[in-house]
Ligand binder design. Structure first.
Ligand code: URA
Length: 257
């Protein structure tokens, strides 16, 4: 692009914002009217040439993830192992890996689904609108990410944002699950709070959060409480009543323990 001087560039930017642009996704403009170059067809292998077998999605990635996760002896090593894991396509579209927030070693570990736009930008879980609601919910039972006496530790099933916040795919959950399991083992919480359907799928092997919520169960050998996702509560505030009951159940469990 020809160089534009500062005020012209600023005016162009304002104009794009007025048109509704919220995010820059490329460094250079894309001409969508350009005729694409013809795609070359893959050549048939010469007779007798060794066949290249593509990696079977999932299978190798899961054992790779298991190996990498098992080798991590601390949360920092686990973070590094996840940063180095190259089998999950989501990594390529994400700005940042979202590992965790809050207080490692807290009695409560909250497991969300996957980062959204704000989390992807900041590299921390639950920092957008849903996260603000989550913080309010925790504050209502006198808990918080860095609360002096009742802290929580927060992570997600997937550490990279799915494009357009689409649902996680089963193979993505399967390949990141060994890291999540190791994350829980290293963080050593007393109880897990499973927020949302995809977290229930990853940790309990089933969805249907409306039925599952509020019922204590076991996940990764720990007592686990499934709850509505705060993003769902933003869309359906009538269910805050159930969420409040679940928060009280969490508080009661901690007071008993
Ligand atoms: N939703 C989640 O499940 N996790 C986040 O970190 C943000 C939104």
């Amino acid at each position: 692009m020809e160089s534009v001087e500062y005020h012209q560039a600023l005016a162009l930017l304002h104009w794009q914002i007025e048109l509704g642009a919220t995010e820059a996704i490329c460094d250079a403009p894309v001409n969508r009217y350009e005729v694409p170059a013809a795609v070359e067809k893959p050549k048939a292998p010469k007779p007798g040439a060794p066949r290249i077998v593509p990696m079977v999605a999932g299978v190798d990635a899961v054992s790779e993830a298991e190996r990498a996760a098992a080798g991590a002896g601390t949360l920092e090593e686990l973070r590094a192992a996840m940063e180095a894991f190259e089998h999950c396509e989501l990594k390529r579209g994400a700005r940042n890996m979202v590992f965790s927030d809050g207080t490692p070693g807290a009695r409560v570990m909250i497991v969300g689904e996957a980062p959204g736009r704000d989390e992807d930008r900041e590299g921390k879980p639950f920092v957008g609108r849903a996260g603000q609601l989550l913080d309010k919910m925790l504050a209502a039972i006198d808990m918080g990410r860095t609360h002096e006496t009742a802290p929580v530790y927060i992570t997600n099933v997937l550490p990279w944002r799915p494009p357009q916040n689409r649902d996680p795919k089963p193979d993505e959950i399967a390949m990141m699950k060994p890291f999540l399991a190791r994350h829980i083992a290293l963080a050593k919480p007393e109880v897990l709070v499973i927020v949302g359907n995809w977290s229930a799928q990853a940790l309990l092997g089933k969805r249907g959060i409306t039925r599952l919520r509020g019922q204590w169960t076991q996940a990764q050998g720990l007592p686990a409480l499934p709850m509505f996702h705060p993003a769902y509560l933003l869309r359906s505030p009538a269910f805050k009543r159930e969420a409040w009951a679940d928060l009280l159940a969490l508080k009661a469990k901690l007071n008993d323990g």
